[in-house]
Every structure is written in C-alpha cells, then in structure tokens.
Design a protein around this ligand. Structure first.
Ligand SMILES: [Zn+2]
Length: 409
C-alpha cells in the first residue's frame, strides 16, 4: 500500500502548534487545537471512532480484527512544538533524492544543513529530506510521530490482511512544556501498554530516562545595619554563593557529564541579606542516587555554615519524574516486541537513554508501560530540524509490525 505519511506530515507542520511555557491554561496555547481539528476530520474520514478533551487530546480506537483476545496497545505522539524556536508560518521543503550535498535554507542562506554538522545525513543518500525554510523550526518533533501513527491507522483500516488487536492512538498537547500527559484519562485510553513515537534517527529506541527531583535550598542569615554589623551580620547572599561555589566542578554537573552520568544543577539563585534560596534540579538514571545528591548539598551547606554560627538552612525536595526502566524491567516483553518489530522490517535498533523526561515515563509510572520509538526527528528545536521521508515510512512499517506481533500474543 502507498504511504500517506509524507503528505500528512507536510500538512501538519504548516499549522503553528507552539506550546507557551508562560501560560497557565490547558492547552497552553489554543492554536494547538487547530491540529486536533484536522486529525479529527482525518479520523472521521477513515471511519475511526475518537473522543477529545478540553486540552485538545485525541483518543482514537481501531477495533480488533481478531476473533481472540490479544493485548490492547496504544501509540502516542504530541501535537505541540517547542517554545525554543518559532513555529509560525513553517514552510516545509521537500529535497528529493538527496545526494550528500549541503542543504541551504532559502529564507536564511546563512543556515546550512551539512553532513559535517549532522553526520547521520551521510546515511540518507537517496532519501527525500524535509527541512524548514530557514526562519522557523520544522516541527518534526513530534509531527513525524503524529504522521506515522495516522498513516499506520490508515493502512490498518484499508488493508484488512494485517492482523491486529485493538489499536489505540493518543495525541497529547503541551509535551514540550512538561505537561504532556497531565490531562490523560487512563480509563478512556483503556490499553495494556504502548509506545511514544518521539525519538530520533532510524532505529532509535529508548526505554530509560532520568529520574528527576527538584530541590530548594533556603539559607537563613542574620541581618544588621551595614554600618554597625561588625560581629553580627551573616549575609545569606554570601552563604548561598559559597555553597554554590563549593559544588563539584569536574563531575556531577551538566557541562561535564553525558551518557549515564547524573548531575546536580543549580537553576536559579535569589535572595537578600536575611534569606536566600537556590533552586536545583537533580538527575540520575538510578533513582536512589537522587537522595545521595541531596545529601551532598546538605554536607556542603553544613561545612559552609560552620563559619556562620547563627545562620541555618533548610532543604525541600520535590519528586518531578522517574525512570521508566523501573517499570519496564517488570514488563520486558513491551520493549522486546518493539525491538523484534524493528528487526522484522529490516532496522537495526539503536539503544539510547533519554537524559530528560518523556510522556512515556509518566505513563509508565501511571501503570501503562511505554517506551519510546524513533520517528526520524533530527536537530529538533532548531531551524536546522530535518527528517527523512524514508525513515518516517520505516516508522509506519514498525508500528504495523508491532500491531501484527501483538495480535499473536
Ligand atoms: Zn517530542
């Protein structure tokens, strides 16, 4: 069957669905629902039942074509694009039959997508590459995922030779501002497990991500009139600065770590003479390490405060999100199914770890195991963003193969 992923993708990226981190509403920007509307129309024309909510989510259900019970699986992608780079008036450009040349973006010829900068472009010779025009991001994150899921549904509807159980699609809003599944209703979703389609290059697969805590350190100093402060003043600003300056510099910080290493990262500092606060984020793949990091901040504070006998500190820790591996380890079949599906359609899986959070991690910890499968996204959140048509088509093949394999379970 002919793929429809490219036409869908080119249509979706032209809708501005940028999330707004400063808004308190759901969705954070009303324009995200423009894509909700388009997808609902497409689902309706395929004869697929769906419901939506006020936040612009879509829950779609394709009934099983099997006469036995098999797992209900869902595929999830987010409709919003990142606030880091303009998403207004995206003009997608299809560069057919890529020959390895530098791709100059016409609306800003200073912007060049080259294989020197993006070495995996060398693997895409002969592919059709889609880029933006130089003024905006492309929105491949995550409209590639949306288009892949929609094409897969289209194929399942029109080709009844593909065996499948109940297949669900979940489209969410505001993923880019960390609220992607805040309004999800698990009863409505009614699935056993699923996959987010929101990873990078062909074959990329992630079933682990950071565990994350936020930590607020508050210093209580001693104020005094600066003209008469001798022997009494203990300046909270100086105490907070000393603590920050005593953090490890060669390890445990974002600028010195990668792969599986975690970090302690001060994100803001504010205050005055009498009190000061430092906000930190703590990250590690091993959830237990987060307590060690909080302990280290405490130890440093204790040492610094030895020189300030009348001052004190307190620490507040908030759980942000957790490594999905903690859950997926209990359901190894979920990852195995995706990896087997990729191999069956001729893709070598590339294992990765997400140095951040994902909707799938939150869903996993809500009880729905949900690793992350490639959607072909490259150079995301930037004007250099690009995607290969053939990679998206392989994404469709992978989704269909997952459905097929799950129907035999
Ligand atoms: Zn994404």
């Amino acid at each position: 069957m002919e793929y429809t992923v490219t036409e869908r993708f080119l249509k979706y990226v032209q809708l501005d669905t940028q999330a707004d981190p400063l808004s308190g509403t759901f969705p954070s920007s009303e324009k995200q629902k423009d894509l909700t509307k388009v997808l609902c129309e497409e689902l309706k024309s395929m004869g697929i039942e769906y419901t939506t909510n006020d936040a612009g989510y879509i829950y779609a259900t394709l009934p099983s074509n099997m006469d036995k019970d098999c797992p209900k699986i869902f595929f999830c992608a987010h409709l919003d694009t990142a606030p880091d780079c303009s998403g207004t008036n995206v003009k997608p450009i299809l560069h057919t039959d890529y020959k390895g040349q530098d791709i100059i973006l016409p609306d800003d010829p200073n912007l060049v997508i080259s294989s020197a900068q993006f070495p995996n472009l060398k693997d895409k010779i002969g592919h059709d590459i889609i880029t933006a025009s130089g003024l905006t991001l492309l929105g491949s994150d995550d409209k590639s995922g949306v288009a892949i899921i929609m094409d897969a549904l289209h194929q399942l509807v029109h080709n009844n030779t593909i065996p499948h159980g109940t297949v669900k699609a979940l489209f969410t809003t505001d993923e880019e501002i960390g609220k992607g599944v805040a309004k999800v209703d698990l009863q409505l979703l009614d699935a056993d497990f699923g996959y987010t389609l929101d990873s990078g290059d062909l074959g990329c697969f992630e079933d682990e991500n950071f565990s994350a805590n936020a930590l607020k350190l508050t210093i209580h100093g001693v104020s005094a009139h600066p003209g008469y402060a001798k022997g009494t003043m203990e300046n909270a600003i100086k105490i907070a600065s000393e603590i920050v300056a005593s953090l490890p510099k060669l390890t445990l910080c974002p600028e010195m770590t990668d792969k599986k290493d975690g970090f302690i990262h001060p994100t803001s500092i504010q205050g005055g003479l009498e009190s000061a606060t430092v906000d930190f984020i703590l990250r590690d793949f091993e959830t237990g390490k987060l307590d060690e990091y909080a302990g280290l901040i405490s130890e440093i504070a204790e040492v610094v405060l030895k020189s300030y006998p009348n001052s004190s500190y307190n620490i507040e820790v908030k759980v942000q999100y957790r490594n999905m591996k903690d859950i997926l380890n209990k359901h190894p079949m979920v990852s195995e199914l995706a990896l087997k599906a990729m191999k069956n359609v001729g893709i070598s899986p590339v294992y990765g770890s997400i140095r951040g959070g994902t909707d799938g991690a939150v869903l996993s910890h809500m009880g729905l195991p949900c690793p992350n499968v490639f959607a072909g996204e490259q150079a995301i959140h930037s004007k250099y963003e690009w995607v290969s048509v053939q990679d998206m088509q392989k994404g469709v093949d992978t989704v269909l193969e997952i459905c097929k394999l799950a129907s035999a379970m």
